[in-house]
Design a protein around this ligand. Structure first.
Ligand SMILES: Cc1cc2nc3c(=O)[nH]c(=O)nc-3n(C[C@H](O)[C@H](O)[C@H](O)COP(=O)(O)OP(=O)(O)OC[C@H]3O[C@@H](n4cnc5c(N)ncnc54)[C@H](O)[C@@H]3O)c2cc1C
Length: 557
């Protein structure tokens, strides 16, 4: 009998150990902002690789539980959360994971610091990032609405650092008839004198249902069908006695992943609600929430990639096969290198959107930067979502059989990762959104930005890479112009390849810029290696197959 026991992979301080994050922050942030934020980053890095990760593994088998009735027959709809979720809520409030963006101590850089903390926090807290994303989205949306009463009531809670005062928010859009095609929503809003507005209907996916409030969509009676006839409403989930506020939690979803996150099906039974703004154009109004949650999604996707890679690298050093640690097996090392390159590119794409968001919120974004933010938000979400599933799947394989065994915690990583390409808009739905974002303006803002990013690149290999990026963007522009003339079906059928080409080209340009900076300031050739490897795995996906032939494949009966 063999006495060999495999050492589990261990994590160190996740801030210290993350060359990519540290290099990025060093390039992007003014010294005083980085120095000011360093203690919080250190703290979060230590917790993420230490106590929180250990607690996550220890609680692997726990899940939230819904108690619908108490012993006396009262409907209570209480949810018992897992201990890590309760701890995550407290930690998130204290560390200002939402608040930082609104306190904005470092101006437009505050968003970068907030998301750097969120990136460290996310993979060790069982998708607690979900309620934080929605809370951030709700805070921004209420502020944008100008509704003074709601701002005064909810904003101090949503942005509080006091765990006892801190509120989180849900976003209830999806109904049984659809999540993407939300304009079909059937929930009705009825106003009666003395009672105000009340909502009646069913919401089919409502995550973080323990949140104290939600923004939701409903159709005021008599309003037009479609998205324009919907209005955005503010709802508090519990009444003054802590009872469900005229709504019932029918059940919790039995999901592939994100299993610590309670996602409910709800019936609204006259739930009191307040219109946030006008009694129309709700889909447009709630898009402010979505732009924020999509940015959180992109950051969560890169955080999961990074966590998978940290574990896979640790394992590769410890696991000996065929006479040497896996890390020294040339093919295993090359496999990890490919994953690292995908991650680094995704990292810079996600954080570029964060930078644009920070600029925009501080009123420092030019019109062209606003257009870029509008385009790159869905593009970064969809690109990183797809990359994350592929990278984390490969991470599991890098553990061999252990990667398939529940006690390692690795299968949960893959199950959770799968959600990043589904919620907040699927890959296809966001590809179509990217087309809408381009509108009639074309790709000029993006091609100009890429030119600017690549302007300072001098290293010959990076100069050659820049030419490939520019060629990919030119071909994307030519594709868009050709197909815009052919009508909507032609444009739509290639939209995913088009959007991914934009995402991968932009990521390559950003990575090339970082690589030049790292050569100049850190004498580090690793970002250069990542940029070249990433580009070699393909940035232009626009080989345009005949759409009518592709349709033959879609219906293969
Ligand atoms: C874990 C989890 C938690 C969730 N939490 C929430 C929540 O808190 N609040 C909330 O409101 N929602 C929530 N959702 C719902 C989620 O946002 C939707 O399920 C998602 O947006 C997809 O919508 P759908 O289910 O209607 O899919 P569909 O739109 O039916 O998509 C099915 C397929 O069709 C494709 N497709 C759809 N339309 C088009 C088109 N025009 N062209 C090409 N392809 C298309 C999609 O890409 C997809 O591949 C949650 C979902 C999950 C999985």
């Amino acid at each position: 009998m063999s006495s060999f026991v495999q050492a589990p992979p261990r994590l160190g301080n996740q801030y210290h150990d993350d060359r990519v994050l540290r290099g990025y922050l060093a390039r992007t942030l003014p010294e005083e902002a980085l120095a000011g934020a360093a203690p919080a980053l250190e703290r979060m890095g230590a917790l993420a690789g230490g106590e929180l990760y250990a607690q996550q593994l220890a609680e692997r088998g726990l899940e939230p539980a819904l108690e619908q009735w108490d012993a006396w027959g009262n409907r209570v709809d209480r949810i018992a959360l897992t201990p890590l979720w309760r701890r995550a809520e407290e930690l998130a409030a204290r560390e200002g994971l939402v608040a930082l963006a609104y306190e904005a101590p470092f101006g437009r850089h505050s968003r970068v610091l907030q998301f750097a903390l969120a990136y460290l926090f996310t993979p060790s807290t069982d998708v607690y990032a979900c309620p934080l994303a929605m809370t951030d989205g709700a805070a921004r949306t209420l502020l944008a609405s100008g509704n003074r009463a709601l701002i005064e009531r909810a904003l101090p809670r949503l942005t509080s650092r006091d765990p006892a005062r801190f509120w989180t928010s849900g976003q209830w859009m999806t109904e049984a008839i659809g999540g993407s095609d939300v304009g079909l929503a059937e929930t009705v809003a009825r106003s009666t004198p003395g009672e105000g507005w009340r909502l009646y209907g069913r919401k089919w996916f409502t995550s973080a249902i323990t949140s104290q409030m939600a923004l939701t969509l409903a159709r005021p009676e008599g309003s037009a069908p479609g998205g324009k006839g919907l209005a955005m409403f503010y709802v508090e989930t519990r009444d003054e006695h802590g009872r469900p506020n005229r709504l019932s939690i029918d059940r919790l979803k039995d999901k592939l992943g994100t299993r610590k996150l309670p996602t409910a099906e709800l019936t609204l039974e006259g739930t009191p609600a307040v219109p946030v703004g006008e009694l129309a154009n709700g889909v447009r109004a709630i898009s402010t929430v979505l732009n924020i949650t999509r940015t959180w999604n992109a950051v969560a996707a890169i955080a999961y990639m990074r966590r998978g890679l940290a574990l896979a690298r640790a394992y590769a050093k410890a696991r000996v096969a065929f006479g040497a640690p896996l890390a020294q097996q040339p093919l295993h090392a090359d496999t990890l290198a490919g994953l690292q390159a995908e991650f680094e590119a995704a990292f810079h794409l996600a954080f570029f959107v964060v930078e644009l968001l920070g600029r925009d919120e501080c009123g420092e974004a030019s019109e062209e930067q606003q257009a870029l933010l509008r385009l790159l938000t869905p593009v970064a979400k969809l690109t990183t979502g797809r990359q994350c599933v592929a990278v984390v799947s490969e991470v599991l394989e890098a553990f061999g059989g252990a990667g398939y065994v529940e006690e390692t915690g690795l299968p949960a990583l893959l199950r959770d990762a799968q959600v990043f390409s589904i919620w907040e808009g699927t890959t296809n739905v966001l590809s179509l959104d990217a087309l809408r974002a381009i509108g009639s303006r074309g790709l000029a803002p993006l091609t100009r930005e890429a030119g600017f990013l690549l302007n300072g690149v001098r290293e010959p290999e990076l100069v050659a890479l820049s030419a490939r990026v520019q060629a990919a963007l030119e071909s994307a522009e030519a594709w868009w112009q050709k197909n815009a003339g052919r009508g909507q079906p032609a444009l739509e059928s290639g939209a995913r390849r088009f959007a991914l080409t934009l995402g991968r080209s932009t990521a390559a340009a950003l990575l090339a810029r970082q690589a030049q900076w790292s050569l100049d300031h850190e004498k580090d050739r690793r970002p250069l290696a990542a940029a070249l490897r990433f580009a070699a795995s393909g940035i232009n996906l626009l080989a345009d197959p005949d759409a009518s032939l592709s349709r033959l494949l879609a219906d293969d009966t």
